[in-house]
Design a protein around this ligand. Structure first.
Ligand code: IMP
Length: 193
């Protein structure tokens, strides 16, 4: 099945292709000619995921899905949450976001509990279905490791001594928020075959 993943993030595309397997041919929205930033102006992860997937559907009328992810830190009352991508400002880097989180958490003792949440919105023939995933963990005192992206260097999943950035892609996918939501998506897509 051909399906568009509304993302410009190559890490996410690789993760998704690994989970969905070879019977699904994934393309990014950019590969299908959508080169502008897709709007995400909702105030919930679910709202943003649906907004992004419906944007592609409205433009191309092809089956597609989009995800939205947030990092919820308990000591920051759930921030950055739905604002995780631009926590340190418009056009900020992953590094800027990490520095801001560590600064906001200065003086907060371990464990600085947090979770990643992910919502995937799938549009098949114009109908939307959503899938949720989450992973509990904590924010480390400093960044570690070189793998992954985003907040991976400061997120240590529960029950692990390593951060996401220190796990292999397979290990991360097996326990991650997006891995969980993608597995549900995969089961659903396979049930439609
Ligand atoms: P979005 O869903 O791509 O908009 O992600 C929101 C923010 O969370 C961005 O800053 C991403 O880099 C970050 N993010 C999303 N997924 C992950 C992940 O698996 N690990 C670490 N950071 C992530």
């Amino acid at each position: 099945m051909n399906i568009i993943f509304a993302t410009g993030n190559k890490h996410k595309l690789q993760e998704a292709q690994q989970i969905l397997g070879p019977s699904f041919s994934l393309k990014t929205s950019a590969e299908c000619g959508i080169t502008e930033d897709i709007p995400e102006t909702a105030d919930t992860l679910k709202g943003n995921a649906i907004q992004k997937a419906m944007y592609i559907w409205d433009r191309l009328h092809v089956n597609c899905f989009a995800d939205d992810t947030g990092l919820e830190i308990d000591a920051l009352d759930g921030a950055p949450g739905v604002y995780s991508a631009r926590y340190a400002g418009e056009k900020c880097s992953f590094q800027d976001n990490i520095e801001k989180v560590l600064k906001e958490l200065e003086g907060v003792p371990a464990p600085r509990t947090a979770r990643f949440r992910c919502v995937i919105a799938l549009v098949i023939d114009g109908d939307v279905t959503t899938f949720d995933g989450f992973v509990e963990g904590e924010i480390t005192l400093e960044p570690r490791g070189n793998g992954g992206f985003g907040y991976d260097p400061i997120f240590k999943p529960q029950g692990y001594t390593q951060c996401f950035s220190e796990l292999s892609p397979e290990e991360k996918n097996a326990i991650s928020h997006r891995g969980m939501a993608m597995s549900l998506l995969s089961k659903h897509l396979n049930s439609l075959k």
